[in-house]
Design a protein around this ligand. Structure first.
Ligand SMILES: [Zn+2]
Length: 258
């Protein structure tokens, strides 16, 4: 198996291209037009994209499919259902992409839209694309529709385990369950590819997962909002905006416990 990981100029967002013989499989093609051209050209060199997968629905992960026309797209069943029922939370993801592109004059000639050839998959299924077999993992916590993959001894994990940022929490209880599950899986794996930042050895990923689990557990255990705010960040504390994300995590926890 060959893995190509390309990194976007925004937030070190990763695109993973998996190939094994003829054709390839592209995970989270992102983000800017010239980056998507490069991804499409790499896919052509590898015999063409036979499938695309989104690790979740957030705007920075879902705009690239139009550069790989004709490739079917897999998403978690939760996201497929959200798209089918026009769930406002899911509609917001496209709106976020539209707003970002508008603000920075990013051309998007094919528009902001979900793929037409869309397949929902659930937890613990085997996905077979381009001669590759991958086991699916439903990973809620960062967003309800998180979808990870285990491909041979590599974990593709979406927006968990990033060395660039703290956990961005949607549901703290689900987030901690997901981390516990990832920690368990990583013991038997070699590498993890997070949605943002460099490729990680299993050891590096375990260290990040442990630190994040401690952080989430401290937030859950905090007696009141002030105690939650006082919890120290697991990393990236000096990155602009990270303290705001921490405050959002605390607010999310307060709103869930009411
Ligand atoms: Zn995300």
């Amino acid at each position: 198996m060959r893995l190509d990981v390309l990194t976007s100029g925004i937030w070190q967002t990763t695109t993973t291209i998996v190939s094994e013989g003829e054709g390839c499989f592209v995970i989270d093609p992102a983000y800017f037009p010239r980056e998507l051209e490069q991804i499409a050209s790499r896919a052509r060199d590898l015999g063409g994209a036979q499938g695309v997968l989104f690790t979740h629905g957030h705007w920075d992960h879902v705009m690239g499919h139009t550069a790989l026309p004709g490739a079917p797209v897999w998403v978690s069943q939760v996201l497929a259902d959200g798209i089918a029922t026009a769930d406002p939370r899911v509609a917001r993801y496209l709106e976020d992409a539209r707003e970002f592109d508008s603000r920075w004059y990013v051309p998007r000639p094919d528009g902001h839209r979900w793929p037409t050839a869309l397949h929902g998959i659930r937890d613990d299924e085997v996905l077979r694309v381009a001669g590759i077999s991958a086991r699916t993992l439903h990973l809620p916590g960062h967003s309800p529709e998180g979808l990870g993959l285990v491909i041979e001894d590599v974990l593709v994990v979406g927006d968990y385990l990033s060395p660039c940022e703290i956990p961005f929490i949607d549901d703290a209880t689900a987030y901690r369950q997901t981390l516990a599950r990832l920690l368990d899986l990583l013991r038997d794996l070699r590498e993890a590819i997070p949605g943002h930042g460099p490729r990680l050895t299993a050891g590096e990923a375990i260290a990040i997962a442990s630190a994040d689990l401690t952080y989430v557990d401290r937030l859950i255990a905090a007696a009141d909002p002030a105690a939650a705010l006082a919890v120290s960040l697991p990393r990236a504390a000096d990155v602009v905006g990270m303290q705001d994300h921490h405050r959002e995590n605390c607010a999310k926890l307060a709103s869930h416990s009411h």
